[in-house]
Design a protein around this ligand. Structure first.
Ligand code: AMP
Length: 280
């Protein structure tokens, strides 16, 4: 496995990889969710590239950029064990000049859900994903359903900018109690960790209702909220039942929906989601 820290080195090493190439971008502190994306890339591609980069531009001032967990040595060992061919682990200076001024913005998709509480988050995400795709030039880009809005935003950007890469979305990998794996779970104190299982309980409840034939958007939202209300220390940011492509909040009878939740537990903000009515 090669490890590159500069764009020039990535390009030189990339040119020697067998095609097709799959790219799994990450912010490191890897868990099984990330590794499942690496395996998905491996299943479809002859070569796999992973990036490990805590992208400063997707964090707002006051968010957890400085505290974000990092352990590059461990990440590299995990990626090597997965048979990854090339890791790109740059410093921030390699990707952003001090006067960086080009941003990818998708205002109609990013004013809601995560974007409502994190107004500059998705321009950072879209910009870094496009930069990584331009640097690595993969045929396949693999992202996780765990970050549902990110998957929708990146998919739309790739389509509208005619970027020659296929997007694959891997299913959310969960802990035994259903908590979606996340590098940020490391912030959870033991009591908070127990409370955190409420997100998946709420999603399972709405999934069961859907199976029983409930199609009213308000009823679906209320069912999620009712489960979350059972854990008073879970401070709800939003409960959404939205169109899976436009991300607009739905009313009345729905045919398919992205059910998503953001909750603050202690100092940790957790998100989770489920697609109802079609495979994610
Ligand atoms: P991150 O390191 O949090 O930026 O995540 C890197 C990629 O891994 C993103 O495409 C995420 O959606 C994906 N990911 C994070 N957690 C999970 C999970 N539990 N299951 C599947 N994919 C995940």
């Amino acid at each position: 496995m090669n490890v590159a820290t500069t764009i020039a080195d990535v390009r030189a090493l990339r040119s020697r990889l067998e095609e097709p190439v799959g790219l799994a971008p990450t912010m490191g502190y890897l868990h099984e969710g990330h590794l499942s994306l690496v395996r998905l890339a491996r299943a479809e591609c002859a070569s796999v590239v992973a990036s490990v980069f805590v992208n400063p531009t997707q964090f707002a001032p006051g968010e957890d950029f400085t505290d974000y967990p990092r352990d590059l040595e461990r990440d590299l060992a995990l990626l090597e064990a997965e048979g990854v061919d090339l890791v790109f682990a740059p410093g921030a200076d390699e990707l952003y000049a001090a006067d960086h001024t080009t941003w990818i913005e998708l205002p109609t998709l990013t004013g809601r859900l995560e974007g409502a509480s994190r107004p500059t988050h998705f321009r950072g995400v879209a910009t870094i994903v496009l930069k990584l795709v331009n640097i690595v030039a993969p045929q396949v880009l693999v992202l996780g359903q765990k970050d549902a809005q990110q998957a929708v935003v990146v998919g739309r950007m790739l389509r509208e900018l005619d970027v020659p890469v296929e997007l694959r979305i891997g299913p959310t990998v969960r802990e035994e109690d259903g908590l979606a794996m996340s590098s940020r779970n490391a912030y959870l104190a033991p009591d908070d960790r127990t409370v955190a299982a409420v997100l998946y309980r709420a999603l399972r409840r709405v999934e069961a209702l859907w199976r029983d034939g409930e199609r009213d958007a308000d009823a679906l939202r209320e069912a999620i909220s009712a489960v979350l209300a059972g854990e008073p220390s879970a401070d709800v940011d939003y409960v959404s039942v939205a169109d899976p492509e436009s991300l607009e909040e739905l009313d009345g009878t729905v045919e398919a929906a992205l059910a998503s939740i953001a909750v603050r537990i202690g100092r940790t903000r957790l998100i989770d989601n489920l697609v109802l009515g079609r495979s994610a």
